[in-house]
Unconditional design. Structure first.
Lengths: 114, 114
């Protein structure tokens, strides 16, 4: 997978927006950015993914810079239940083929406090 | 709409015994992935299977570990002659499309080897 860099931890007040950054400067033109999270002791949860346009779903928004070297996951109104480890993943593609192998790094521990 | 199901949720085995972990993918999903999370470590890909086929087993230990996804029934991850180092959380994920990075995870099986 393309190397990603995330801050090890972040704090956010309940009800405020949580903005989680990710650097992926070696990303290739056909590689997507995926975000997952893992709440303590649970299985990882898919959040969102994108290629170059901003994306939004019921969970979050994904903002990808024009040069695609970084992105930001936005939780618009964080709740205590959003406390989790958030992973930014850029799966490597070879010849346009997707392999489905996710590589989880250390991620960002987001703590939402009252 | 049931999600990915894994059983058992907790499994205790003595050294030398066999462990069998089961995974039923989401309805309509025919692609299954297994990941392992060792204590205080990140998630690591183990194997990717389609019905009756192993597509990518690059993350599987060479000995004692095997996986299958038969035409009927759940996917099985089998660990023979377990050792203490096999103690971990084992997560199964499924996807609708071939080799998709949009995967939906189960709650995991926590294996403890005594």
């Amino acid at each position: 997978d393309a190397k990603t860099t995330q801050p090890p931890s972040m704090d956010c007040a309940e009800g405020r927006a949580a903005n989680l950054p990710c650097n992926h400067s070696t990303i290739s033109g056909n590689e997507y950015v995926y975000w997952y999270r893992q709440i303590h002791s649970q299985g990882p949860q898919y959040i969102i993914h994108g290629l170059k346009n901003n994306e939004t779903n019921e969970m979050a928004s994904l903002i990808i810079t024009e040069d695609r070297k970084s992105s930001t996951l936005i939780l618009p109104h964080a709740t205590l239940r959003d406390t989790a480890v958030y992973y930014c993943i850029v799966p490597r593609k070879a010849g346009g083929t997707s392999y489905g192998k996710l590589t989880f790094g250390q991620g960002t521990i987001l703590t939402v406090h009252p | 709409n049931a999600g990915v199901m894994q059983n058992p949720r907790h499994l205790v085995r003595r050294r030398g015994q066999e462990a069998r972990l089961r995974c039923s993918p989401m309805k309509g999903h025919s692609h299954v992935y297994w990941y392992r999370q060792l204590p205080e470590e990140g998630l690591k890909f183990m194997v990717y299977l389609q019905k009756e086929n192993i597509i990518d087993e690059s993350g599987m230990p060479k000995e004692r570990f095997s996986a299958e996804f038969p035409k009927e029934g759940p996917s099985i991850l089998r660990i023979q002659q377990v050792v203490r180092g096999d103690s971990a959380a084992y997560f199964c994920a499924s996807s609708e499309r071939t080799g998709s990075e949009e995967q939906y995870f189960g709650p995991g099986t926590r294996l403890t080897v005594t």
